[in-house]
Design a protein around this ligand. Structure first.
Ligand SMILES: CC(C)(COP(=O)(O)OP(=O)(O)OC[C@H]1O[C@@H](n2cnc3c(N)ncnc32)[C@H](O)[C@@H]1OP(=O)(O)O)[C@@H](O)C(=O)NCCC(=O)NCCS
Length: 152
C-alpha cells in the first residue's frame, strides 16, 4: 500500500541527541513530553532532510507497554508513516514478551481503532502502565484509554 515510500526506509531508533527535536515535534502536535528523556531509547523517529518529522514511542512496563508520542509533521501525513512505525513497535513489543499495549488519546481514537485498539475504562488499564508520566500528565486527564492485546 504505502510500502514503497522511500522515506519509510529512514525510520530509525531515536538517539539521545534527538531529544530537543522530538520534544519540539510533540509540542507542535500538542502531545505530552513528560518522561520523554527517560523513555527516548524506546522511540522510533523518522529523519528527513536533517529534520525529525515523525515519532512513535513504546514505554515497557513488564508485560504491558504504553504506546505514546505518535506524531507526524503535517507535510508528511497520510502516507502510512504512523501506521508503519506503530507496526514496527508492535513487532518489537511482541518479541520483548509484551502481552498488551495501552495508549491514551484525546484526538485519534478512530485512528487507533482502525489499528486494532479497543477502548477500555481507565481503571482497567494495567497498573504497571498507570505509573507512567504520561498517565499523570494533567493534559491527559480527559483522554480515552485504549488497548491492543498481542497474541502469542
Ligand atoms: C494521527 C497521526 C499520527 C497519523 O499520522 P499519519 O502518518 O498521517 O497516519 P497514516 O498515514 O498511518 O494513516 C492515515 C489515515 O488515518 C486517518 N487519520 C489521521 N489522523 C486521524 C485521526 N486523528 N482520527 C482518525 N483518523 C485519522 C487519515 O485520514 C488517513 O485515512 P485514510 O487511510 O482513510 O486516507 C497524525 O495525524 C498526527 O501526528 N496527529 C497529531 C498527533 C496525534 O493526535 N497523535 C496521536 C496521539 S495519541
Amino acid at each position: 500500500m504505502h510500502g514503497g515510500d522511500p522515506v519509510l526506509g529512514a525510520v530509525r531508533a531515536a538517539q539521545q541527541q534527538d531529544l530537543p527535536a522530538v520534544e519540539a515535534l510533540l509540542k507542535s502536535c500538542n502531545l505530552p513530553t513528560g518522561g520523554l528523556a527517560q523513555h527516548l531509547p524506546g522511540y522510533l523517529v523518522l529523519e528527513d532532510a536533517g529534520q525529525i518529522v515523525a515519532s512513535a514511542g513504546l514505554e515497557l512496563h513488564g508485560t504491558a507497554a504504553l504506546l505514546r508520542s505518535v506524531a507526524v509533521q503535517q507535510d508528511y501525513r497520510n502516507r502510512g508513516l504512523a501506521r508503519a512505525m506503530i507496526n514496527q513497535l508492535m513487532k518489537q513489543a511482541r518479541s520483548q514478551g509484551v502481552r498488551a499495549v495501552y495508549l491514551l488519546t484525546t484526538t485519534a481514537q478512530q485512528y487507533f481503532r482502525r489499528m486494532g485498539f479497543e477502548t477500555l475504562p481507565r481503571e482497567a488499564v494495567d497498573p504497571a502502565v498507570t505509573t507512567s508520566a504520561e498517565f499523570g500528565d494533567s493534559c491527559c486527564a480527559t483522554a480515552v484509554a485504549m488497548r491492543l492485546a498481542l497474541g502469542g
